[in-house]
Ligand binder design. Structure first.
Ligand code: ADP
Ligand code: ZN
Length: 597
């Protein structure tokens, strides 16, 4: 048979398994390309955004092929999450970690050839004893999840990933599938090289997450702002805060203000409490977790409705990865960043503490982030261009596309502001500078003689309103930087602005529509008794099975049930997301609820 026909047949079989095991009608994005390479015994590097369905690209071949797929994954929480989902679809999976009491059974099952998937951490996988153990039974695939960890260029380098190569090389005939959601060109090349995957094995899907709506605005009252986001986006949410103290504080205040379940998460919590809070969040359909960036990598929760940043993230890459935790299930989701001028000023101040060699690179990162924050144009376009894509000018699903902000030339005022900073000695905060410029004579102004400066009172009328957004903009772009004691000093291109060689355009946010309560158009039917009853049944089934509700099925599947009202198991099996195992386990229960309505 010609090669092409064999591939066609393989893909047909894969589609049939996709239908039967996962209940999906078709592959999404570039899944089919990855799956056919793997089924063909070839290695691949799949770079696909979060929610694209990476795990399916190894779970499916693992279920089809005769032998075990060894999955290398960096976090136990991540493995256990995957384990639950795989088992719910009838795939024979096990984890071999320090947290598993059943390791003896797992090892026996592997030796007996009874496992489709075996999840291990890189620390274990790179040990020689593990290699010996694996020889006991056939392996059909190595899947290396979060593969960017193998590269020093990636944002999360883990030396243990580097130690995997001897294991992979010991099974030279077994294909390797590396998977990651974030890898720039340099990181991709490095992953291919480190893991010995040929260049043509790169399968690159676009970075766009069309169901995520990006919004970035000034942080004026985080508790009120986030409470409103919670009201507009009912469902689980993640709030990122910069420090442990802010996490605790914000969690307590949000809980009080919203009346909803809100828990903190950070590395300083007692490990038991931390694990408990994470588990509660994963299981909940409405909880909000306030966390430092320590939280997230191990979380594959698909129904997160919003990710809010209560301060600036570290970089565009970090922002993309953190916001990417919203809306994995494909339903509408929000990414909301709230930033303050001090965020950038402090980040730029910290730059100075870095070794000289790293300062340039970090400064570039901050500048790119400032560009995203300060743009009047499409946020998505900036994100996608950052990752090397060529997106349309407008996306129609970010704050700036939906309500374009005003842009104003603030060069003259910027020169006044910068010279006031200079003439007062580059050690005062914005409040003092503002007083000097607008001619407010308080005790301190007089004491320092700042009322006698030429810049005293030179900003009047309408111009006064521009000062604050201008100061923010200048701090974002680095023309103003923070001093050790919280004052402002000149930095970056301040000299060029003063000389009249650089202009300063600033973005003025659209006038806030106060009091208008927007509620996102959730695709779930509101007030449909059948849908609500199906959700309730899903909750009960989840509790019974000790799994999160999303493991039973996603909202999208419940919506289909409520809409098409299947009246038999055969009809039920046509719904997306209902494979054989789930039909068997839950089909009758769902049918019974549908019949009652
Ligand atoms: P990733 O690991 O790429 O972030 P996941 O593997 O967690 O993504 O998949 C995200 C969601 O998409 C999962 O809930 C999965 O069930 C769903 N999914 C994956 N492939 C398909 C498909 N072909 N059709 C419909 N849904 C899919
Ligand atoms: Zn846009």
């Amino acid at each position: 048979m010609p090669q092409e026909t064999i591939e066609q047949e393989q893909l047909e079989k894969a589609r049939e398994t996709l239908r039967r095991l996962f209940g999906f009608d078709s592959f999404r994005g570039r899944q089919a390309d990855v799956v056919s390479r793997v089924l063909d015994g070839q290695s691949a590097l799949a770079v696909m955004p979060t929610g694209a369905g990476k795990s399916l690209t190894y779970q499916l071949p693992a279920a089809m092929l005769d032998g075990t797929c060894v999955v290398i994954s960096p976090l136990i929480a991540l493995m256990h999450d995957q384990l639950r989902s795989a088992r719910a679809n009838g795939i024979r999976a096990a984890t071999l970690t320090s947290a598993d009491a059943d390791w003896r059974e797992t090892m026996d099952a592997y030796r007996a050839g009874e496992l489709d998937l075996l999840y291990v951490a890189p620390e274990r996988a790179s040990q020689p004893q593990f290699l010996d153990f694996l020889t006991a039974s056939p392996i059909v695939l190595f899947a290396i999840d979060e593969a960017h960890c193998v590269s020093e260029w990636g944002h999360d380098f883990r030396p243990d990933y580097r130690a995997l190569r001897p294991l992979l090389d010991a099974f030279a005939d077994v294909p390797r599938l590396a998977l990651t959601a974030t890898a720039d060109q340099r990181t991709r090349a490095d992953i291919l090289q480190q893991l010995g995957i040929p260049e043509e094995g790169l399968v690159l899907a676009g970075f766009d997450r069309p169901n995520i709506r990006y919004s970035i605005r000034h942080r004026d009252n985080p508790v009120r702002q986030i409470t409103q986001i919670m009201a507009e986006n009912p469902g689980p949410g993640i709030v990122y805060a910069p420090t442990r103290k802010k996490v605790e504080d914000l969690a307590a205040k949000l809980a009080a203000a919203s009346g909803k379940p809100v828990l903190p998460y950070h590395a300083g919590l007692d490990p038991d409490v931390r694990a408990r809070n994470q588990a509660a969040f994963v299981a909940s359909e409405e909880m909000v977790i306030v966390a430092t960036i320590a939280f997230g990598m191990g979380i594959d929760k698909p129904d997160v409705r919003f990710v809010a940043h209560a301060g600036i993230p570290k970089s565009i890459e970090a922002y993309y990865q953190e916001t990417g935790r919203a809306g994995r299930d494909g339903d509408p989701a929000r990414a909301e960043m709230m930033w303050g001028a001090g965020d950038f000023a402090q980040a730029r101040q910290r730059l100075a503490e870095l070794p000289q060699a790293r300062q340039g690179e970090e400064r570039t990162r901050l500048d790119a982030l400032a560009g995203l924050v300060e743009t009047a144009g499409c946020r998505r376009a900036i994100l996608l261009r950052h990752f090397g894509e060529d997106p349309p000018r407008e996306c129609g699903n970010c704050d700036n596309c939906l309500s374009p902000p005003g842009v104003t030339d603030a060069t003259t005022t910027a020169r006044k502001l910068l010279s006031a900073v200079y003439r007062t000695g580059q050690s005062f905060g914005f409040g003092h500078i503002q007083k000097v410029l607008t001619g407010v004579e308080d005790e301190r102004v007089r004491q320092r003689g700042h009322d006698r400066l030429s810049v005293f009172g030179i900003v009047e009328g309408e111009e006064m309103r521009v000062l604050q957004p201008l100061s923010r903009a200048l701090q974002a772009r680095g023309s103003l930087i923070a001093t050790e004691h919280g004052g402002l000093a000149l930095g970056g291109d301040a000299a060029s602005i003063l000389k009249g060689d650089a202009e300063v355009m600033i973005v003025l946010p659209p006038k806030r529509e106060r009091g208008r309560k927007r509620r996102d158009a959730t695709p779930n039917p509101v007030g449909d008794p059948l849908f609500d009853a199906l959700r309730e049944l899903r909750r009960d089934l989840a509790q019974e099975g000790k799994v999160p509700p999303y493991v039973i099925c996603h909202d999208a599947t419940l919506r289909e049930m409520a809409r098409f009202k299947p009246s038999s198991l055969a009809e039920m099996s046509n719904l997306s997301g209902i494979g054989t195992k789930k039909l068997e386990a839950y089909g009758d229960a769902f049918l019974a609820v549908i019949r009652q309505h």
